[in-house]
Write a protein of this length. Structure first.
Length: 311
């Protein structure tokens, strides 16, 4: 677990009922007043956030050890796709040169955006579905996720952070062969169901700024990614300003901010994820995502051929 745990807001399952909960010092305090909806809390703004804090710390509240609850993905519903920034650490951009299967581009002068379908999202300890008939090039990407707090459009850089509700972690699991398969756009190779852990909780922006936190990814006990967020090519404020340029961002939207160097696809030889692999994503003061790849039937009755032969 990353050091110095900040107070966070999570969604937890207690006796199969979802609750918003305040997490502090390893204890989750469920808040049934919010009907399990983090998005409703976010839309309610500062007043609703402060109400949650006051309720959780009331004398009559009873907390539950985190080990006794199931942590759910903190965002419970989506108005649109998950918005993502690619190549937002220059070392990551450089490590993949010549390994993009004919899709290399010049170093971008502005953020590179793509999206992931909302059904990718799973909880911070849930199994990641893995099916070699869907892809033979499964990869990891540790990222900081921004949760938009107020609906906005065309916001300036110097005001952009005013629209952030909070921050959490994400693992942008990717299928590199699918990512290259569809004409140079990444949507399909980033949108396989139940493959993107999110969480473990949201740290409110009024208590935390991830300008210089150490973001890491460990695979089967081996450190693969480890970099400070200060190495981002475009700051979080710049990403929000660019993403909102002429386009409405909604309260509750999720924006991934890019991954540092160390992905499996860039290793020599490439090292892709397989059934049973354990991936831990963490960042200073933000907790961790702890997920294992478990075989699942994602192929179904499809007759699409990947990797040269139908499995």
């Amino acid at each position: 677990m990353a050091d110095t745990l900040h107070v966070g807001l999570a969604r937890v399952s207690v006796d199969d009922v979802a609750h918003v909960a305040l997490v502090e010092n390893g204890v989750a305090t469920p808040l049934p007043e919010f009907n399990g909806s983090m998005v409703d809390l976010i839309v309610g703004g500062t007043d609703r956030l402060n109400e949650a804090r006051e309720l959780a710390r009331g004398a009559s509240r009873i907390g539950v050890e985190l080990s006794a609850v199931r942590l759910l993905a903190p965002i419970d519903r989506f108005r649109r796709d998950v918005i993502c920034a690619g190549w937002n650490y220059w070392a990551h951009f450089e490590e993949s040169k010549g390994k993009r299967e004919g899709q290399d581009v010049d170093k971008p002068n502005a953020p590179t955006f793509f999206t992931k379908a909302p059904d990718v999202v799973i909880g911070p300890t849930d199994p990641i579905g893995w099916d070699p008939r869907i892809s033979v090039k499964w990869d990891y990407e540790a990222e900081i996720a921004v949760i938009i707090g107020k609906t906005c459009r065309s916001v300036p850089v110097d005001a952009a952070l005013e629209y952030v509700f909070g921050y959490c972690l994400a693992n942008d699991v990717s299928q590199r062969d699918l990512q290259r398969r569809h004409g140079g756009q990444w949507f399909k190779g980033k949108s396989i169901d139940a493959t993107m852990p999110l969480g473990p909780w949201i740290i409110p922006a009024d208590t935390f700024t991830p300008d210089d936190v150490q973001l890491s990814c460990v695979v089967n006990g081996e450190l693969r990614q480890n970099a400070s967020t200060k190495l981002m090519a475009f700051s979080i404020a710049e990403l929000i300003a660019e993403a909102s340029f002429g386009m409405t961002l909604y309260a509750g939207d999720v924006l991934l901010t890019g991954t540092p160097a160390g992905i499996g696809n860039a290793m020599e030889p490439p090292c892709y994820l397989v059934e049973g692999d354990e991936v831990v994503v963490s960042a200073t003061g933000m907790g961790e995502l702890h997920n294992r790849f478990v075989r699942a039937d994602l192929y179904g009755a499809s007759d699409v051929i990947i990797g040269g032969a139908k499995a």
